[in-house]
Design a protein around this ligand. Structure first.
Ligand code: HSE
Length: 435
């Protein structure tokens, strides 16, 4: 029986993991696909001692050789970045190859173009590994939960950020120190600002939201706020109110449009997501038929990510002989049936807030603050004032009831202008994740 011929471009952490999983589980994978998977061609700038290649594998230093090789059915793009990766994937598609990629930035930013090209050539593009590493979240949404109208989803989809927040809370460690460790562990992006400023999570959220709601990929419409401004003071204060700060990607169908946002979020300590610690990822999905579901696992690392890459190779290997229109559509919905639901502006989002400010400790300040909140229709749920000894500064921490973002912005601008306010006001959105 003919084997499925696979070419891999990029032999870094995920590339070597993919080679090792394909080799180790070759028999079982062949039984699942119905024929063997054979790595015929590797494109890599250098060898990787983490994996051994057989003598029958062609090795090229130019990855484009793999995309043009007639002896490749499926190109696996693992070079990362967007410019070369886009060119490589389009070259493979134009040469009639199916594509598997783990590249979230590529799909989030160029996916619409890539799918259009792939559709016109009758080939498939699969990208399970682009989101949450080993957690099969895209297949779950596009297939396992395909019966549902998805109401909302919320996920911890950046392991580095979650690791930093966990260490800050549990051990009181400094931000930079923890980030350095995440880099040493190989979890952080090449540019770690992608992790801490939420860009990596926004790439992933744009992809998940498209598959959840059948909207085109709209990375530029994701509201993105990172964790670099969070302080231990806020982490501790959130705990005192019964909440935990997590960096979440949230997508909701409000009925008027889709919310897509990535930001630090206070969530109740008792919800399962609050217990997802370290570099682990987890995504909660609420569907109208299934109710709340939770998917948990490793969001990065050689073999967890390879698990998703190889699953895509298996899926495409099984489907090689089927017409491409009969397979699962790229974004789970057929291209001609995509929704035109607008992505909502952040100003229209409604949620509760945690607000913390440092003010001069003198009569009338709290009255001024609460007057401004009230004039903007903001109701306080809980309030705590701490007056450190030997200081003329008080820390006011409060939780509000639900309010439109626009009103909160206006109130915070007015409060910031008070003479008594000493530095930047911190505001963190609150989600109760009720299903
Ligand atoms: N930098 C990413 C993370 C790797 O920390 O989750 C996986 O996308």
């Amino acid at each position: 029986m003919n084997s499925v011929k696979v070419g891999i471009a990029g032999l870094g952490t995920v590339g070597s993991g993919t080679v090792n999983v394909l080799k180790r589980n070759a028999d079982e994978i062949a039984r699942r696909v119905g024929r063997p998977i054979q790595i015929t061609h590797i494109g890599a700038r250098r060898d990787n001692p983490a994996c051994e290649l057989g003598d029958d594998v062609r090795v090229s230093r130019d990855v484009f050789e793999v995309a043009r090789d007639p002896d490749v059915d499926i190109l696996v793009e693992l070079i990362g970045g967007t410019d070369d990766a886009r060119e490589l994937v389009l070259t493979a598609i134009r040469n009639g190859k199916h594509v598997v990629t783990a590249n979230k930035a590529l799909i989030a930013e160029h996916g619409n173009e890539i799918f259009t090209e792939a559709h016109s050539r009758g080939v498939d593009v699969a990208f399970e590994a682009a989101v949450a590493g080993g957690i099969p979240i895209l297949k779950s949404l596009g297939e396992g939960l395909a019966a549902n109208h998805i109401n909302w989803l919320a996920g911890i989809i950046n392991g580095t950020g979650n690791f930093i927040l966990t260490e800050m809370r549990d051990k009181g460690r400094a931000f930079d120190d923890v980030l350095k460790e995440a880099q040493e562990l190989g979890y952080a992006e090449a540019d770690p600002t992608f992790d801490v400023e939420g860009i990596d999570a926004a790439h992933k959220l744009a992809i998940i939201a498209s598959i959840a709601f059948g909207i085109p990929l709209q990375f530029s419409r994701v509201f993105t706020e990172g964790i670099s401004q969070l302080t231990t003071e806020d982490v501790v204060a959130a705990e005192q109110f019964g909440y935990r700060i997590k960096h979440l990607g949230i997508a909701k169908d409000t009925g008027k449009g889709i919310e897509m946002r990535v930001h630090p979020t206070l969530i109740p300590q008792e919800v399962l997501l609050a217990s997802v610690n370290g570099v682990m990822n987890a995504i909660m999905i609420d569907g109208d038929a299934v109710g709340p579901t939770l998917f948990y696992g490793a969001g990065a690392g050689a073999e967890p990510t390879a698990s998703a890459v190889v699953a895509d190779i298996i899926e495409l290997g099984r489907a090689l002989t089927a017409d491409h229109d009969e397979r699962v559509p790229y974004l789970g919905f057929h291209a001609e049936s995509m929704s035109e639901a607008p992505v909502l502006a952040m100003e229209d989002v409604v949620c509760s807030f945690y607000v913390r400010m440092h003010v001069y400790d003198k009569p009338g300040v709290l009255a001024d603050v609460t007057r401004i909140l009230s004039e903007n229709g903001i109701s306080i749920e809980a309030l705590q004032q701490k007056d450190p000894e030997d200081s003329d500064t008080a820390s006011i921490v409060m939780m509000t009831h639900r309010v439109q973002e626009k009103n909160m912005n206006r109130a915070l601008t007015e409060i910031s202008a008070l003479d008594a306010v000493r530095d930047n006001i911190v505001r963190i959105r609150v989600e109760t994740l009720d299903a």
